[in-house]
Design a protein around this ligand. Structure first.
Ligand SMILES: NC(=O)c1ccc[n+]([C@@H]2O[C@H](COP(=O)([O-])OP(=O)(O)OC[C@H]3O[C@@H](n4cnc5c(N)ncnc54)[C@H](OP(=O)(O)O)[C@@H]3O)[C@@H](O)[C@H]2O)c1
Length: 322
């Protein structure tokens, strides 16, 4: 069974395709034939040694995907062999097959194809948590969305729009403007150096935004703070691209709310996971949410997918196809 393993921590060259013995599911687990695996920034963080350090090397990478149940472990009664499923946070997802805890699986309805599901689990659950729990966007709110043409940014933009908000997107190149606009961004600013504040204030008549969604690293942090209106909310979420360093709480704008949002802390039971995934599938069925076709790479080209994501030239979701 082909699996992408990291042989050490480091650059994309530490990724290697290995032939591992066929796995079999233990109690409470399910063996899945993988149709598509999601590529996420957190995989790059794991590869660089930011987390999972207690797992032995070589280490199987990837946490997200969609596929079909191949075998059931003891005690699994809520899935059947042949059923289509998707998941997030199951280590070892860059593979032809993986053993996944049944509690991490979501059943897929017929109208959600495998690639859509594998594109939606991490970024869709994240975007819906950020916009409906962390800061429930209200009609009339103005939001600043960083990396608005990325997989997460496009979904954040669409959910803010369907809740009646206005989106100011920030992207790193002119080539991404049309993608952000197609996702629904009302205004798009091109910037990589943190020089977007003046334009945000101009677009908001000097008031600033109600909420900023920023997972884009240190370069944007202070500009995002300065873009907030009185009592605005800062949803910070990007550890892999780097934090702002130490913050002196006394130096923050008065009365803002600033937090590190992590969807998995809130969507922490199988029932919550399945309910939140179902809501995303409903939005897609109703035409309220669209997942743009992903950029795909053969499983063996996982290193190329990582390099592409790090090059900052990609838009939307990246998937590995076994
Ligand atoms: N807290 C959570 O629950 C959670 C969940 C999922 C993801 N995340 C975080 O969300 C962020 C997006 O991750 P994702 O996997 O969902 O991918 P993604 O949204 O598709 O992000 C890709 C975008 O990141 C931007 N980017 C790439 N390299 C960058 C760099 N060196 N500096 C700044 N921006 C860069 C690019 O946009 P531009 O070039 O246009 O700026 C690119 O479009 C990551 O920081 C990830 O750790 C957090």
């Amino acid at each position: 069974m082909k699996t992408v393993m990291m042989t050490a921590t480091g650059g994309a060259d530490v990724l290697a395709v290995m032939d591992l013995p066929e796995p079999s599911p233990g109690p409470g687990e399910v063996l899945v034939d993988i149709a598509a695996s999601g590529v996420n920034f957190m995989d790059i963080g794991v590869r660089q040694g930011m987390s999972w350090l207690d797992m032995p090397l070589p280490r199987a990478l990837g946490v997200e995907g969609a596929g079909r149940v191949a075998a059931l472990g003891e005690g699994v009664t809520d899935f059947a062999v042949g059923q289509r499923v998707a998941w997030v946070y199951a280590p070892g997802s860059y593979a032809e097959r993986a053993v996944i805890p049944a509690a991490s699986l979501v059943p897929l309805p017929d109208n959600i194809d495998d690639r859509t599901a594998a594109s939606l689990m991490m970024q869709g659950l994240t975007a819906s948590h950020f916009t409906t729990d962390f800061y429930p966007v209200q009609p009339g709110d103005v939001a600043l969305v960083h990396a608005a043409a990325g997989g997460l940014g496009q979904l954040l933009t669409q959910i803010i729009k369907l809740r009646g908000g206005t989106v100011i997107g920030r992207v790193s190149s002119a080539a991404k403007v049309d993608v952000a606009k197609a996702a629904g961004a009302d205004h798009v600013i091109v910037d990589t150096k943190g020089n977007f504040v003046e334009e945000v204030l101009r677009l908001t008549h000097g008031e600033g935004v109600h909420v900023v969604y920023d997972g884009s690293g240190p370069a944007t942090f202070h500009g995002s703070l300065a873009s907030l209106r009185r009592s605005g909310t800062f949803c910070w979420f990007g550890p892999v691209l780097g934090g702002p360093g130490q913050i002196d709480i006394m130096s923050l704008p008065r009365s803002i709310k600033l937090g590190y949002a992590v969807f998995s802390d809130h969507i922490h039971t199988p029932d919550l996971l399945r309910a939140r995934a179902s809501r995303l599938f409903d939005w897609i069925r109703e035409g309220a949410l669209k997942v743009a076709p992903a950029t795909t790479f053969p499983l063996a080209d996982a290193a190329k997918a990582h390099l592409a994501m790090e090059s900052r030239t990609t838009v939307g979701k990246l998937l590995l196809i076994p």
